[in-house]
Design a protein around this ligand. Sequence first.
Ligand SMILES: [Zn+2]
Length: 296
Amino acid sequence: MAHSVFMSRQLTENTYIITGSGGDCYLLLGEDEAFLIDAGMSTENIRAFAQSLTDLPLRRVINTHSHFDHTAGNGFFDVIYGTAGISRSAKNTMGSDPAKYPLDYTFTLVKDGDVIDLKGRPLKVIELDCHAPGNLAILDETNRMLFPGDELEAGQVLLLPGYAEEMGQVHSRPASTVETYRNAMQKLKSFEDKFDIICPAHNGTPICKAYLDRYIRLAEMILAGEIVGDPDCSSPSYNAGASHYPYPDAGYLRAEYEDASLIYNKYLIFDADYPKAADLPNATLCHEKSAKTARQ
Ligand SMILES: [Zn+2]
């Protein structure tokens, strides 16, 4: 397709990655239809682009989470899957002009343990709920691939508060604690004999499943006080110029172990810390912008 904002790369015989705008998306080819994981962030029709890669019909998409870099193209599809948590803020354009995007759609809700009936390639939903409320990972046991959205990647995992679900709301939910994140990664680890590679939505794919152990170890070291993160949360793919980079007084730190890297709030380490969240300052400019673009 000429002059598209999107680019594709074939990862396996039946899997493409689509990059170019927003989070990276995955086109899965089943026996009799194609299926998309995440919808990118472009006014261009990502369904039409993805459809140009295969003769199999493409009607359905699932969001790994609600952030607009993963949901903006939802309205191009006939069926849009997400958890209840995802559905509550997926139409928040995070400051972009809502008139530019197809936002007139409804979700088909899924929950932890559900299996999407892609023929020849059933997709299991694993709810993780850390990077964003209701965040899910998708397990393709047939092809031994895990798609965790932004919960596990090689750049950094961000534990920021939830974005607005109602107009005027700056934080819809506190950032996940490090303990919650550790538990979520242990939940993923319980499936580790069912996949060989991890396909995240940012900073390169695929990555080795050893990242799962690295992130668990990193979280354990933070919880044990063996490691304290650096107030400089920046990296080549996340810096102070980004609207979702934390304000200096918001309490965010970056901790690293090997090449796993977690951005977490120093006041939200253990689950018992959640009551403190009400007193924390605004996390990012993007949250403040999102307070003005919430819609259902
Ligand atoms: Zn993302």
